[in-house]
Write a protein that binds this ligand. Structure first.
Ligand code: BGC
Ligand code: NOJ
Length: 811
């Protein structure tokens, strides 16, 4: 069952009922100011950091779900309602929500009044714009009042939700004209404030939540809206809000447009005050002037649309498959941008409080994003590397506002360092910017401890080499990619974390997954050494990689698939000898991607085992059989009920690894099957089962051991986005940047006749038509560029701004 449809021409998903199976959200903003907005206008916004600089308040796990947002209440002769249906839930005569790239338009109609709300964060602007257009569609004149509403957060979202003995006494506002200023803590150590402004005179306002709602009312029935008049309240402590009150009378057919701006302003310390106690509003007024009328909105909105059209054109697919085109051209790159911006911080499943930027998460997100805005990817690499320690290990997370590693989480996740090499390699392949390797980057953000980025990568590589276990496989530390495989923790008390910061020194538990990563990513380090003329170091590194291949073949293969790990006692995990958790997806994906066991036929066997044992109709589960009890030697993985999350859920992130692995052994049909099984556009029809947004990937889908099999959770912020973009564009369609050009090496279903990709690469444009006359999966017979046959499959780097016609004949 569906709850809307894709409008590909406008790059939108159109939701036709407000009561979706879960709030279906969108993100506004792609630089510093961000908002989350649901299909009923719920959500919140923040500046850079969802924890430290939260602008509006949001209550997670609320009842009813998704209460709180930017709301525009209509008061119409005793009746009142909201165009997004929530929170008032008055029945609408018409409802539509269009989530587009960086904007959302919600339209609701009731009793002859239509309200259309367009929300977006303009480029280079620290604010959310809401253009609210009210049209009288009835045959008679209407007297209407509009109440806007937002609730401020007292900046630090964690304190805001906990420290009420202080919070209830600190809230302060100012009102001037049509602007309401939130200035809590500005009198002391903050030099930032927020404002909510409208481009028209107002007939009243409220800034105190209790005065507006009534102490015992919810957002569904604000006292002042019900009464049709505001109280002009000035907040003093308690909970500051901003609500404008605007009266209007509309003739039949008449429409009125109002532009609301929710903005964020920082003042230099010496320019904080206009006069004693009065904040300096100069910068706010300048921001407001930018949106004084509808032409300003149209212009800024068009700029945003053009920006996205440009980003989407960097990799454009024309194929026979409408769903595939929609994923590759619109929704997958869009989600890649969002994951790059947010890491795992703020979604409807991530509270914005508990996690900042993840080291491995951001490094992987970058893989799907780097072609969009390479300069931003470059900065991210340098930021990540700055949180690395001198021994090559790294903080697991950092806060975006401070860019400092989170010491409460610390380091010890032994896969982290390698992801930095992969991200850097991918960035260089995209841009040709080898210069990044010479950037001086601190360790542990300490400016006194600096070295080149290249040296950081070397430390990453040797962090693995220096931390091998009894079988010559990498020590796992607190965990590898699978956060929940906690082999050194032995947590017996609910208060004890599964990945304690002080318990990763175990020198026995080893990860076959990190071994696969090392063999996959190590060669990038080798290549970079060679290009820097360090041939001895390259040869040395190659030896380490070969040793690792041998270690995996000797100690990391279990007969029909790759083992997952060795535990603290040296026992196998992910082996046929285990009673539960016999086979895991991760090592099958990563080891085959790395090419281990391909020539010996072991790779194919492993992937066949995946198909036989782990595959389901909704995707590939993480392992099987699910753990049915808590295993002290395994940790959090066995804490989840069987079939959820890392305990045998369909953990989408590593499904594309299998798709890529299948292309390594040339099975294009199977690669595409794996890809399309979890790709949102292909499962839109089961939105009632899947429940999360049909336009983006979710982290997890309930596995076959659950009655809720097929139900997804944790949408948006997942490495699934980046990896699927890589799988489809670089390995299935096969257009992938390499150090010296653009490789074309498709691995597609045999039934396909071909496809066309337009790829912008290092400043020039390649229009690549792939033809598959013999209906094979893989293999290229001929590459013709600008009418001339070229040797090999790598399109050479071309002069900037040039355009090229390429024909690739498979065979
Ligand atoms: C989840 C993981 C997640 C981790 C983050 C665990 O509870 O299962 O998916 O990465 O928490 O700390
Ligand atoms: C989600 C985390 O963000 C990611 O870093 C991790 O790899 C997966 N969970 C698997 O545990």
């Amino acid at each position: 069952m569906k709850f809307g449809y894709f409008d590909d021409v406008n790059r939108e998903y159109v939701i036709t009922t407000p009561a979706t199976p879960y709030p279906w959200i969108n993100y506004l903003g792609c630089q510093d100011f961000f908002s989350l907005i649901s299909n009923t206008s719920g959500g919140y916004c923040f500046y850079r950091d969802a924890r430290l600089r939260r602008i509006t308040r949001y209550r997670y796990n609320n009842v009813p779900i998704d209460s709180g947002g930017r709301y525009f209440y209509i008061y119409d002769s005793g009746d009142y309602w909201t165009p997004g249906w929530m929170p008032v839930k008055r029945e609408l005569d018409r409802y539509e929500c269009r989530h587009g790239l960086g904007y959302t338009r919600i339209t609701g109609e009731r009793n002859g009044v239509e309200v259309s709300q367009l929300a977006f964060v303009p480029l280079n602007y620290n604010g959310e714009v809401n253009q609210v257009v009210i049209t009288n569609k009835s045959g008679s004149e209407k007297e209407i009042a509009l109440f806007s509403f937002v609730e401020f957060c007292l900046w630090n979202a964690m304190d805001d939700m906990t420290n009420f003995q202080r919070n209830f006494s600190t809230g302060e506002v100012e009102v001037e004209g049509s602007a309401i200023y939130h200035k809590t803590e500005y009198r002391e150590r903050r030099n930032h404030y927020a404002f909510f402004w409208v481009n028209s005179p107002i007939d009243g306002f409220d800034t105190d939540r209790e005065s507006f709602l009534g102490l015992y009312n919810g957002f569904d029935s604000p006292k002042n809206v019900a009464a049709g008049k505001p109280t002009n309240s000035i907040a003093s402590g308690w909970s500051p809000i901003a609500s404008h009150y605007i009266k209007m009378s509309l003739k039949p057919g008449e429409k009125r447009s109002y532009i609301f701006v929710l903005g964020y302003v920082e003042n230099p310390p010496e320019e904080k005050w206009e006069r004693k106690g009065v904040i300096n509003k100069k910068r706010a007024r300048e921001m407001q002037q930018k949106f004084i009328d509808d032409t300003c909105v149209e212009k800024a909105f068009q700029e945003l649309k053009d920006y996205w059209a440009d980003l989407c054109s960097k990799f454009a697919l024309e194929s026979h498959d409408e769903k595939l085109n929609r994923m590759v051209n619109i929704w997958n790159p869009y989600q890649c941008m969002v994951t790059f911006n947010m890491s795992r911080s703020a979604s409807y499943f991530e509270s914005g409080i508990s996690r900042g930027m993840g080291f491995r998460d951001s490094a992987q997100d970058l893989l799907g994003f780097v072609h969009q805005v390479p300069e931003r990817a470059r900065q991210r690499i340098l930021d990540l590397a700055s949180t690395q320690f001198e021994d090559g290990s790294a903080y697991h997370q950092y806060q975006p506002l401070t860019k400092k590693g989170n010491s409460d989480i610390g380091s010890g996740f032994n896969d982290d360092p390698l992801w930095l090499i992969l991200a850097t390699a991918q960035y260089i392949k995209e841009t040709g910017d080898f210069g990044i390797l010479d950037e001086m980057v601190p360790f542990d953000c300490d400016e006194n401890k600096k070295d080149t980025l290249f040296e950081h990568l070397k430390r990453s590589f040797y962090h693995v080499v220096n931390n091998l276990g009894p079988h010559g496989l990498p020590l796992i530390g607190r965990a590898d990619w699978n956060d929940c495989l906690n082999l050194n923790c032995f947590s017996t008390q609910p208060m004890n974390p599964f990945t304690p910061a002080d318990k990763f020194e175990g020198r026995v538990a080893e990860s076959v997954f990190i071994a696969g990563m090392f063999v996959l990513i190590g060669p990038e380090y080798v290549e970079l050494c060679k290009r820097r003329g360090l041939s001895e170091e390259a040869a040395e590194a190659e030896k380490h990689i070969q040793n690792m291949v041998n270690a995996v073949l000797t100690h990391g293969y279990d007969g029909e698939w790759f083992l997952r790990a060795y535990d603290h006692f040296g026992n196998k995990i992910g082996s046929k000898e285990c009673s539960e958790g016999q086979i895991f997806i991760e090592p099958q994906g990563i080891c085959v991607m790395a090419g281990i066991g391909v020539k010996e036929g072991l790779a194919q066997k492993a992937l066949d085992s995946v198909m036989k044992r782990l595959d389901t109709k909704y995707g590939i589960v993480l392992h099987t059989p699910a753990y049915t009890e808590y295993y002290l030697n395994l940790g959090e993985i066995s804490s989840y009920p069987p079939g959820y999350k890392e305990n045998a859920g369909i953990f989408c992130h590593n499904n594309p690894w299998i798709a890529i692995a299948e292309t390594v052994i040339g099975r294009g049909d199977r690669a595409f099957e794996v890809y399309s099984k979890i790709a949102p556009a292909y499962i839109e029809d089961i939105s009632d089962i899947h429940r999360t947004e049909p336009y983006v990937y979710s982290q997890m889908i309930a596995g076959r051991t659950r009655w809720s099999f097929g139900e997804a959770k944790n949408s948006w912020l997942t490495g699934t986005a980046a990896w699927n973009f890589v799988a489809i564009t670089q390995y299935i369609l096969g257009v992938r940047p390499v150090y010296d050009g653009l490789m074309v090496d498709p691995c597609i279903p045999a039934s396909w006749d071909g496809f066309t990709v337009t790829r912008e690469f290092r400043g020039s444009k390649y229009r690549i038509r792939v033809e598959n006359p013999e209906h094979i999966c893989k293999g290229v017979n001929k590459v013709i560029m600008d009418g001339k046959e070229i040797e090999g499959q790598v399109l050479p780097v071309s002069p900037k701004e040039s355009e090229h016609e390429v024909i690739v004949i498979m065979g």
